[in-house]
Design a protein around this ligand. Structure first.
Ligand code: SF4
Ligand code: SF4
Length: 169
């Protein structure tokens, strides 16, 4: 089996498996606090993204196995879905943060050690390759269940590539 096929079978988005739900660019550029991206193309019986969303931005699932749909006019970038998704498939990206070269990503994190505010971390692609360095500006635990949401300042040009972080100790 090729690497591409292994990734495809594991549900990771590849060139063969488009399926990211992305915000409309014009709205995304202006929306303070950011908007959600969801990368969940497989039909599985799961909907915590929907049930955790306080604004109704994630639309009701007609069937539990359906994939999420988003009303971006209702997303407030709160990242509750980021903390709730068992597949770590939700991310918030704030394109209004910092300078023109920067953006803020709110990423799910379930490993130890937990990164600390001010720490520099490796930013990883979907397949775990280091693509940049990022700076942690906040770590929250919205559901108090050990799933953290790490707020990381990253190079803006890489928000489509960065999907995880790794602590460098
Ligand atoms: S970021 Fe908040 S408002 Fe937006 S979809 Fe997720 S839970 Fe809903
Ligand atoms: S909670 Fe996560 S894995 Fe489950 S349907 Fe929503 S995005 Fe997909």
């Amino acid at each position: 089996m090729t690497n591409e096929e292994k990734l495809y079978n594991s549900g990771v988005l590849t060139e063969k498996r488009p399926g990211a739900i992305l915000p409309p660019r014009e709205l995304w550029e202006k929306k303070k606090n950011g908007l959600v991206i969801i990368e969940c193309p497989q039909e599985i019986p799961c909907n915590p993204c929907y049930s955790s969303c306080p604004t109704g931005a994630i639309l009701p699932f007609e069937k539990i196995i359906h994939t999420p749909k988003i009303d971006y006019s209702k997303c407030i970038g709160c990242a509750l879905c980021v903390a709730s998704c068992p597949g770590l498939a939700c991310f918030v990206v704030d394109l209004t943060y910092g300078s023109e070269e920067e953006a803020l990503m709110k990423l799910p994190y379930e490993l130890l050690p937990v990164p600390e505010k001010g720490e520099e971390v490796d930013c990883l692609s979907r397949i775990g390759e280091i693509v940049a360095k990022g700076k942690v500006v906040e770590v929250t635990e919205p559901r108090k269940d050990r799933t953290k949401v790490v707020h990381v300042v990253v190079p803006r040009e890489l928000v489509d590539d960065i999907r995880a972080i790794r602590v460098v100790k």
